[in-house]
Design a protein around this ligand. Structure first.
Ligand code: ADP
Ligand code: MG
Length: 489
């Protein structure tokens, strides 16, 4: 039987979080929270006599994305009218870019589950405006909200380089991460500010021609992207293997049945009759401006991961976890800077900061459902706590309790250690006194130990720790206990 290979290209739409819309002063508002039709200007409604003006901030945000996705920037940008009729589009056309998009020939490296890295080509990144939003009601009527009409929108289109639903998901998640890093989009797919549409076809393995594609629309999560794509690959394979033909069409995802269904075939597809937008001049971006935007880009996840591994000797896994979100990475970076500023005679390292964040801080954040911007523990406070452990003022277990207290109250670690009397006992004489007392109080166990039952040593360690409420320095306890037991022999 013929073996087939999937060919997938992704289109993503990302709203840009500017103050105002792409071509008007109307505000960009949260489409879920804001009351409908409260952020609308005559231009959003396509009133006669209105004229668009390009939002500079939106162009800057779009350029950030195009640069972060390694695109070449077109200095001469043309806006184009994409004509079609729909109730969510009162103007009767969407202003988009067609022949001269902002960014072209980009790429993004994506890490796959196998551990491999795959480079996905990015064909174009172009600016456009969003449409309004329709809500279809059970009684057959529909409601329209024009708050979203005219919100700056970016379309990001890949080359057909993707080969599975998993790859599609990994790519889309990475784009989302970068958009969030750049501060241009919240990545909130449930609110529709980020949308993904895969184009999917299959071809016989070895063939260089593309098969007929279908496009999946309105996928609202990364899981649905992966599952819908996998379903479509399997469906098309079954069609071809039974001698049928794949029809070029737009398909939707039925969550209940977990399958795709036909929405619109190619024959019904519109001809958008693109032409250059007569109400807008070409947009010229000069080199100096583009370079300014490039220089303002934050350090992106891949660069952070590489830096953490090279400079701090963190594992790739830890580096990835810390770079997942920009705010977390910056918190870690601040802690490392604090560390460099504290005069260190002890062994506190970025590696120990990473461990404390990943193992303890993240657990406390999860339990409290707090993001890193919302917690009371500062990077400097964590560094101070870790240094108390490294200096053996407190042991590891006590430090975990102290961190929980810091997290709950925002109190500095030294104050908690002091007020609760948690400081570790590292005084030889004090520990020896406790040991001698334990040996005196347990003559039977001592006799058995001296008789050869060596495992009773653990019993004595336990008793000493209990007596000191866990505050005795464990290394000292072991050392001094051995000395005391040797004396008894
Ligand atoms: P359109 O403008 O009609 O949406 P594009 O040529 O811009 O078409 O392609 C849209 C997306 O579909 C791109 O990501 C592209 O890589 C992908 N694509 C194009 N042809 C195919 C195909 N035969 N199979 C799978 N993906 C395809
Ligand atoms: Mg398209």
């Amino acid at each position: 039987m013929t073996q087939y290979e999937p060919v997938i290209g992704l289109e993503m739409h990302a709203e840009l979080m500017t103050e105002s819309k792409m071509f008007s002063k109307a505000k960009v508002v949260d489409s879920v929270e804001a009351a409908p039709n409260t952020a609308v200007s005559p231009l959003c409604l396509g009133m006669p006599g209105t004229l668009p003006v390009i939002n500079e901030k939106a162009v800057e945000y779009a350029t950030r994305v195009a640069l972060a996705l390694n695109c070449e920037i077109n200095h001469h940008n043309i806006f184009a009218r994409k004509n079609y009729f729909y109730p969510d589009l009162p103007k009767g056309y969407q202003i988009s870019q067609y022949e001269q998009p902002l960014g072209v020939n980009g790429w993004l490296d994506v890490e796959l589950e196998s551990g491999e890295t795959k480079r996905i080509g990015i064909r174009r990144v172009h600016m456009e405006e969003d449409t309004g939003k329709l809500t279809h009601q059970d009684d057959g009527t529909s409601l329209v909200d024009y708050n979203r009409a005219g919100v700056p929108l970016l379309e990001i289109v890949t080359e057909p380089d993707i080969r599975s639903g998993e790859e599609a998901r990994a790519y889309a998640m990475k784009v989302r991460q970068i958009l969030r890093y750049l501060g241009v989009n919240s990545g909130d797919m449930e609110k529709g500010v980020l949308r993904v549409e895969p184009n999917i076809s299959i071809r016989p393995v070895g063939s260089t021609e593309f098969g007929t594609r279908t496009e999946l629309k309105n996928l609202n999560s990364f899981r649905v992207l992966a599952d819908g794509t996998a379903f479509e690959i399997a469906r098309q394979t079954a069609v071809l293997q039974s001698g049928g033909k794949v029809v070029q069409e737009t398909r939707g995802w039925h969550e209940g049945r977990r399958e795709t269904f036909s929405q619109r075939t190619k024959e019904e597809a519109e001809d958008y009759r693109y032409f250059p937008e007569p109400d807008l001049p070409p947009l010229h971006l000069d080199d100096a401006w583009v370079e300014e935007v490039r220089a303002s880009l934050p350090e992106l996840p891949d660069a952070k991961i590489a830096r953490y591994m090279a400079k701090y000797e963190l594992s790739e896994y830890d580096s990835r976890v810390l770079s997942e979100e920009r705010a977390v990475a910056e918190w870690f970076d601040t802690a490392c800077t604090e560390l460099a500023e504290v005069a260190v005679s002890h062994g506190t390292t970025p590696k120990s900061i990473a461990n404390w964040m990943i193992n303890e801080l993240f657990r406390l954040m999860n339990e409290a459902k707090l993001s890193i911007d919302a917690i009371q523990v500062t990077p400097a406070a964590l560094v101070e706590l870790i240094s108390l452990v490294e200096k053996q003022t407190i042991n590891n277990n006590t430090a975990k309790e102290v961190l929980a207290e810091m997290f709950a109250t925002g109190t500095a670690s030294a104050n908690i250690v002091e007020s609760k009397g948690l400081a570790q006992i590292s005084d030889d004489a004090a520990i020896t006194a406790v040991i001698n007392q334990i040996l005196d109080d347990n003559p039977e166990q001592l006799a058995r130990y001296l008789d050869g039952q060596e495992k009773l040593r653990g019993f004595f360690v336990g008793q000493v720790m209990r007596q000191t409420q866990g505050k005795a320095n464990p290394a000292l306890v072991n050392q001094l206990l051995d000395a005391a037991l040797a004396n008894k022999k």
